[in-house]
Design a protein around this ligand. Structure first.
Ligand SMILES: NC(=O)c1ccc[n+]([C@@H]2O[C@H](COP(=O)([O-])OP(=O)(O)OC[C@H]3O[C@@H](n4cnc5c(N)ncnc54)[C@H](O)[C@@H]3O)[C@@H](O)[C@H]2O)c1
Length: 317
């Protein structure tokens, strides 16, 4: 079985990717710096079946040592500074990890003749949409925040390493992902955890911004489909076609929790806040036969239940 080197495997989506890979017999090596957002407890259930390196992807020497030691076949690059609001406060960590770190991962992968490199990008690289339309893989990149600008740079670096050096890069652009173990600074876990504690729930502007919500298991399954069958040099959107306004998501969560809407507090909008993201995911569907399975209501209910039952995780960080 192939050996996968997974960066950011102690993060929200990366940890689900690791669990899924172990279950399907892959050999997994995780490289994670364990920033504030990284947590080995997310992969405790599979810790004996994987190899874990606490390492910074910006530290080229240490990445080279890991590659020399482990000789991975494939790289799946999830590690990133992933929070838009933090990138607005200070753009530097996003640029360091997302741009420089990605370049180092590509460079070392090139030196080691990696067979496939999955570069994880995001729907945010396309910028915002109005009420209508969708982004296809051919849409121009037009990022709005320091986070999405750094991810767009990483995305383009991946494509440049393919075109220039022939590094076998495939790019995935998932939409907004949610589910268990997401760090409680992101929208859905903020609403759930503050709702549980009867604390006020801040919502930007009037909560009318629209996101396309992808359950974490679907995000991971889509990425494995691309890893196994995607064409080298190509880009695949991974969406769910399930668009929701933030205010509707918050109200749905409060209703699952049996709490009042009065907890919602509208706050000044985020600067450069994109109104709407929506992916056209026909390419992954028609070419690779992948479609997201989990309906939003079902995924949201599972997620709310998980946070209610697992406060040991989110209260003690
Ligand atoms: N969460 C989403 O909605 C979403 C949507 C689309 C794309 N993505 C992308 O998916 C990837 C994973 O997102 P997530 O939400 O799981 O993020 P996360 O913040 O939960 O996890 C990121 C992980 O990367 C690690 N990391 C950060 N800097 C590092 C460095 N310099 N060296 C090594 N490890 C480092 C952290 O310790 C953490 O474990 C990111 O690339 C993100 O841009 C996320």
């Amino acid at each position: 079985m192939k050996k996968l080197l997974v960066t950011g495997g102690a993060g929200f989506i990366g940890s689900e990717f690791v669990r899924h890979g172990v279950k399907h017999g892959y050999n997994i090596v995780v490289v994670d710096k364990l920033t504030y957002a990284g947590d080995k407890r997310r992969i405790k259930d599979v810790e004996k079946e994987i190899v874990f390196y606490k390492s910074d992807i910006v530290d080229k020497k240490s990445i080279e040592r890991i590659f020399a030691q482990e000789k991975p076949d494939y790289v799946i690059h999830w590690a990133a500074e992933s929070h838009v609001d933090r990138s607005i406060q200070d753009a530097s960590p996003s640029l360091e990890t997302n741009v420089k770190g990605t370049q180092i991962m590509l460079e070392v992968s090139r030196d080691h003749g990696i067979e496939k490199f999955i570069n994880v990008s995001t729907d945010e690289v396309y910028g915002e949409l109005s009420d209508v339309g969708q982004f296809s893989e051919a849409s121009p990149l037009n990022p709005s925040s320091p986070y999405s600008a750094s991810k767009a740079s990483a995305d383009m670096l991946g494509r440049a390493y393919f075109r220039t050096y022939g590094v076998p890069v495939i790019t995935v652009r998932p939409s907004n992902t949610y589910g268990p173990f997401q760090y409680p600074e992101k929208f859905i876990p903020v609403v759930i955890t503050r709702g549980i504690d009867n604390k006020s729930i801040p919502i930007y502007a009037k909560g009318e911004n629209i996101r396309e919500w992808l359950y974490v298991e679907d995000c991971v399954r889509g990425t494995y489909v691309v890893l196994e069958d995607g064409r080298i040099g190509e880009t695949y959107n991974i969406g769910s076609s399930q668009e929701k306004r933030n205010i509707d998501v918050a109200q749905r969560i409060l209703s699952f929790l049996g709490k009042t809407d009065k907890l919602i507090e509208f706050v000044k909008d985020r600067p450069g806040h994109d109104f709407r993201y929506c992916l056209n995911s026909d390419k992954i569907k028609h070419e690779l036969g992948f479609e997201a399975k989990i309906r939003f209501d079902e995924g949201l209910e599972k997620t709310v239940r998980w946070y209610v039952e697992n406060d040991w995780w989110w209260r003690k960080r």
